[in-house]
Design a protein around this ligand. Structure first.
Ligand code: MN
Length: 488
């Protein structure tokens, strides 16, 4: 696993003399050390910078250091911000301004002008903030005492966003076959996407995948089958169907790993030579952090991989999802989400079962094996990235996932049930007005705020539908954003 770290850079100037600068450095080291123990990723104290050259050199080093996922800056003292212009103009990594202070409280007896000159964050951080505003540098500003748990949570969330930025900029997506015929929303400008988001989206032949499937050894299948048995309840006698899915998984993984791909798509319209649409195979790959999109939807596949990386332990509870059908009973309005096979078990509330069922869509010679389960309850989001022509729009909706209110014993797929915000019908209207797709990434551990920060860093449009959104306010917002993004 490659290392990921963040750099703590403290702004100052030479005016203060050695004693003050030594104190600043010692405290900054102490803060970085303590924060590193709580944030999930290391915050490495890099330097107390006192000149334009020092700042520019650190930025150059940050840009070329793969492990560095972002800069966190702070001014214990005053740092004249013309010194920061060259550095910030060259900065290619995400940037957070932590507007904090070493001391939590003003010491009543101790405070004098020496204390004031050492503890100047209140105006140092304002000078520091101005230049980023003037330069229009995308940034996150987090204010509060550095030991405060809310401040630490916000900084930790921002770090996860930056991991999503790194994964996005390095992402390769393997497409098996093209998009489903005639479908619009799964299409997109792959060149523009690579320019903006970094994704390398390319195609590989299904025939080559079939050759890989045929080349998988029985011993490899035995090993993966044992892994399935350990993780899931096997609720079918059709061992051969499960073993075929194991072959598909091993073959797809081999091809992806060979090319450095962390996401893939396929389509039931192009299964030439495959006996089953990959179901269990795709689900188990997603559980390992690979992104996936059905019907050739490479955008949702890439977003799944990115959002997984932003979740708990770098592989959180985020998954490819599709709005399927509604329950519109008065006072009990819900969306039922699923896919024809491929729902990631990271969403599961209970141990998934492996089942085999007939699948009429696509050219399945055999009944595909798949994992069946109910999704977890709790607050979550659904996310859709669409191509508006000339720009990408990221739409995020807050949802509340519930235990499915019906057992649905004959539904042969994993299912999640939720209530969209602000309520189901207004939520649907808002989603449709914004142009959101039927495919989404559903996440329990990435927040709308994190996606907003991600979109700002990637420089794409962001639309959030939450409990306060109305159709009227959303229409006005979209009208203004359309103008802004055409001008940008
Ligand atoms: Mn679909």
């Amino acid at each position: 696993m490659d290392t990921k770290e963040f750099w703590f850079v403290v702004g100052s100037q030479l005016l203060y003399g050695d004693t003050v600068l030594r104190t600043v450095e010692a405290r900054a080291k102490e803060m970085a050390g303590e924060l590193s123990r709580t944030l999930g990723y290391p915050l490495v104290y890099k330097a107390t910078v006192k000149s334009a050259d020092e700042i520019a050199n650190i930025v150059k080093e940050a840009n070329y250091t793969g492990a560095c996922c972002g800069l966190v800056t702070w001014c214990h003292t005053f740092s004249p911000s013309k010194m920061w212009i060259n550095g910030l103009q060259a900065l290619q990594k995400p940037y957070c301004h932590l507007a904090t202070q070493y001391n939590k409280e003003i010491p009543n007896e101790e405070i004098d002008m020496d204390y004031m000159n050492l503890n100047q964050s209140a105006h140092g951080d304002r000078e520091h903030g101005f230049i980023a505003a003037r330069l229009r540098t995308p940034r996150k500003v987090i204010a509060g005492h550095w030991k405060n748990s809310d401040v630490q949570k916000r900084l930790a969330d921002w770090m996860r966003v930056c991991v999503g930025v790194k994964v996005s900029r390095e992402l390769k997506v393997m497409r098996f076959g093209d998009n489903m015929r005639e479908v619009a929303v799964t299409e997109g400008d792959k060149v523009e996407t690579q320019i903006k988001l970094g994704w390398q989206v390319n195609t590989w032949a299904v025939g080559d995948l079939v050759k890989e499937i045929d080349a998988v050894s029985e011993q490899e299948v035995d090993r993966l089958y044992a892994e399935y048995e350990a993780s899931y309840d096997i609720a079918t006698d059709d061992v051969e169907a499960i073993r075929y899915q194991a072959r598909e998984e091993l073959a797809m993984k081999r091809m992806m790993d060979g090319e450095g791909c962390k996401a893939f798509s396929n389509t039931f319209q192009d299964l030439y030579g495959m006996q089953q649409l990959p179901g269990l195979a795709t689900q188990h790959l997603m559980a390992q952090g690979y992104g996936y999109g059905g019907e050739g939807d490479w955008k949702v596949s890439a977003m799944t991989a990115i959002m997984k990386s932003m979740g708990d332990h770098g592989n959180g509870s985020s998954a490819f999802m599709e709005d399927y059908t509604y329950h519109l009973a008065d006072g009990q309005e819900y969306s039922l989400g699923a896919h024809m096979l491929e729902v990631c078990p990271s969403l599961a509330a209970t141990k998934p079962r492996i089942e085999t069922h007939y699948l009429g869509i696509g050219m399945n010679a055999k009944d595909p094996a798949r994992l069946v389960f109910e999704g977890k309850t709790g607050p979550a989001i659904v996310v859709s990235l669409i191509d508006m022509g000339g720009r990408m729009r990221l739409i995020v909706q807050d949802i509340e996932a519930v235990k499915p209110i019906l057992p649905m014993p004959n539904l042969p797929v994993a299912r999640v049930m939720w209530k969209a915000m602000p309520n189901l019908t207004t939520g649907i209207e808002c989603w449709i007005i914004a142009g959101g797709a039927h495919h989404t990434v559903l996440s329990y551990d990435v927040s709308a705020g994190m996606m907003r920060d991600w979109a700002r860093i990637m420089d794409i449009e962001f639309v959030h539908i939450d409990r306060n959104t109305t159709v009227e306010s959303l229409e006005d917002e979209l009208l203004l954003k359309d103008l802004v993004w055409r001008l940008k």
